[in-house]
Design a protein around this ligand. Structure first.
Ligand code: PEP
Length: 250
């Protein structure tokens, strides 16, 4: 979208140990330069690496974020991480509502919305993930699902500054399958209209990322689609070479 600075974001999922910090170091170096004023970059490593990863990116435009947060600020929630803790580690973003969280942990739209609100309260950018399953797509329900997920997962205080939408068709995640350009274009145009209807002018400026099997070989085509304002990348974000190649597709 013209006037929107794209975001190329990586989600490491449950991958990465201290040995993987070399990849973050290489990414931090690789995104220094002219292009970084036009394209933002973000890596979301596992929570165990968050603090040390942000330290590595001290003098780089590469930002570091988390993959999930709890909806409460603190308290008796064993194993969970709060948005405040992420901010305390100098994380700037948090992914909420990834389809793997929705599936593995039964996260509802209402919970995802509460998590996005917690992110905002901690001054983090919430990356709110939505997307249809294969059955929903085959049943012709894609736009209905996106409409519902946007309506119910997006908090009222969402602005272009504090919120990014990530459209990730569930059937395209980690499968090597991607929707056609026409299907991506239709979904993103629909989300754009819904966002403007919901939050007004802010919705016209909010970034809508595409996610699902983005790799160096298809990045240019997917990132060139109208209303696609960047990418959320799983597998291809683990290696600096792949991540940087996608970034340079801009
Ligand atoms: C993701 O899970 O956010 C994702 C897009 O994964 P992949 O790129 O591996 O399909």
């Amino acid at each position: 979208t013209p006037d929107i600075r794209p975001l190329v974001a990586g989600n490491w999922k449950m991958n990465g140990t201290r040995a993987s910090l070399d990849q973050i170091k290489a990414m931090a170096e690789g995104v220094k330069g002219d292009l970084s004023s036009k394209v933002e970059t973000l890596i979301c490593p596992p929570a165990t690496l968050l603090y040390v990863a942000t330290a590595l990116c001290d003098d780089s435009p590469l930002m570091i974020g988390a993959q999930d947060c709890h909806q409460k600020q603190s308290g008796a929630h064993t194993g969970d991480v709060s948005a405040e803790m992420i901010a305390d580690c100098f994380g700037t973003h948090v992914i909420v509502g990834h389809s793997e969280r929705r599936t593995d942990h039964g996260e509802s739209d209402a919970l995802v919305r509460a998590k996005a609100e917690a992110a905002h309260a901690a001054d983090l950018v919430a990356i709110v993930c939505i997307g249809e399953t294969e059955a929903e797509r085959k049943g012709g329900k894609t736009l209905d699902v996106l409409k519902r997920q946007l309506a119910e997962s997006l908090p009222d205080g969402a602005t272009a500054e504090n919120t990014v939408i990530a459209y990730e068709p569930v059937w395209a995640i980690g499968t090597g399958l991607t929707p056609t350009v026409a299907d991506v274009e239709e979904a993103h145009a629909f989300m754009r209209r819904e966002l403007v209807a919901r939050v007004g002018a802010e919705g016209g400026k909010m970034r809508i990322l595409y996610g699902g099997s983005v790799k160096p070989s298809n990045a240019r085509e997917l990132m060139g689609v109208a209303n696609v304002d960047g990418a959320l990348i799983g597998g291809a974000s683990l290696k600096a070479d792949d991540f940087l190649a996608i970034y340079r597709a801009y």
